[in-house]
Write a new protein. Structure first.
Length: 350
């Protein structure tokens, strides 16, 4: 049941609450709702503006900025970060503005890679022989030298999270860990490991994805309040794990069947933990395996599109069944968890 103002008015009329109690409760709920992410227009604008600003200073950083030289980039990053931290403090001083405060603090953190890159340029740590030519290559090319930027970003994010404790700030941590999983492969294996689809890079991606999901699970259990600190860790952990696993090539039917079983386990884990990102990617993996079986069985037959369509409709039917029985399925799966973990997961699920 959703608590609304008319419902509170009815409670006052029935003398279940006093008028002052109802007003105080409603004021509290309004403040709490302002700090809880939702699809309200104001929140959509917050995140849209934040992602545009983050993209402007990361993905779309123009080459012309590098005319300032390494020292200039360090100064730009420092000024921008200090300004964003000041804006964070200003937002936090007013009630109901925790979401824009988290976005501003995140903007401060994402300036750390630019500052470190500028310092590397000052120290001439990027020789001409490397493929990297500009800062924005950080988001497109894999190179072990990015590790310095990534480790500095993780350290800065840890300090900022300790200071502000705002959930959106976990986003740069998750993205940086994802980048780290790719840039670590050439550092560990060298050679062609800078290619994401090389076997060493796939294995590192799978291992890092598993570690990120385990970290997300621990964070999920420890954060017992309404703030969701684990969402971004789950998202990028699943991307790293599932992406690396799905890109692996296997000529063995047993290997493909094990891939399907892993994806089924992801669906079960998603239901038990109330984390839909696990279930969504697990469902994609199962659909890929079923498509493989269909292609193997029908080959170039005219029945192949029909069979594939049938699988699609079967998945839709499974989604309908899931929606109608989601609570019961989740409770049944949670029965296999230890009591303490089951209690914490149930509390997180709402």
């Amino acid at each position: 049941m959703r608590l609304t103002r008319p419902l509170l008015d009815e409670a006052v009329a029935a003398r279940a609450l006093s008028g002052d109690q109802a007003a105080a409760l409603w004021a509290f709920l309004e403040r709490r709702e302002g700090d809880t992410p939702s699809f309200k227009p104001a929140h959509i604008l917050y995140y849209l503006g934040g992602m545009i600003a983050i993209g402007a200073m990361t993905l779309f950083m123009s080459i012309s900025w590098e005319r300032f030289g390494g020292g200039g980039l360090v100064a730009v990053a420092a000024v921008y970060a200090v300004a964003m931290l000041a804006l964070t403090e200003a937002f936090l001083a007013r009630p109901g503005l925790a979401i824009p405060a988290g976005i501003a603090a995140t903007l401060a953190v994402v300036m750390v890679p630019l500052g470190v890159y500028g310092a590397q340029q000052m120290l001439d740590l990027w020789p001409e022989s490397t493929r990297v030519r500009h800062y924005r290559d950080y988001h497109y090319l894999i190179d072990w030298r990015w590790l310095f930027m990534e480790l500095a970003t993780l350290a800065a994010a840890a300090v900022a999270l300790w200071r502000y404790r705002l959930p959106f700030m976990v986003m740069p941590v998750a993205v940086t860990l994802w980048y780290l999983s790719m840039d670590l492969a050439p550092f560990l294996f060298g050679g062609d490991a800078h290619q994401f689809f090389s076997d060493p890079a796939k294995r590192v991606s799978v291992a890092f994805g598993l570690a990120m999901m385990a970290l997300a699970f621990v964070v999920d259990l420890r954060s017992r309040g309404q703030k969701d600190y684990a969402f971004w860790l789950y998202l990028f952990g699943v991307l790293a794990f599932w992406g690396g696993l799905s890109s692996m090539r296997s000529d063995s039917e047993l290997g493909k069947f094990l891939y399907c079983c892993i994806n089924l386990a992801m669906i079960a884990a998603g239901a038990a933990l109330s984390r839909r990102v696990l279930a969504v990617f697990g469902g994609l993996g199962v659909a890929l395996y079923l498509g493989h079986l269909t292609h193997t069985a029908f080959g170039d037959s005219m029945l192949f599109p029909v069979a594939l369509s049938a699988i699609g409709f079967a998945v839709i039917a499974a989604g309908v069944y899931w929606q109608r029985h989601e609570r019961a399925i989740a409770e049944r799966l949670r029965a296999f968890l230890p009591p303490r973990i089951r209690q914490l997961v149930a509390a997180r699920a709402g």
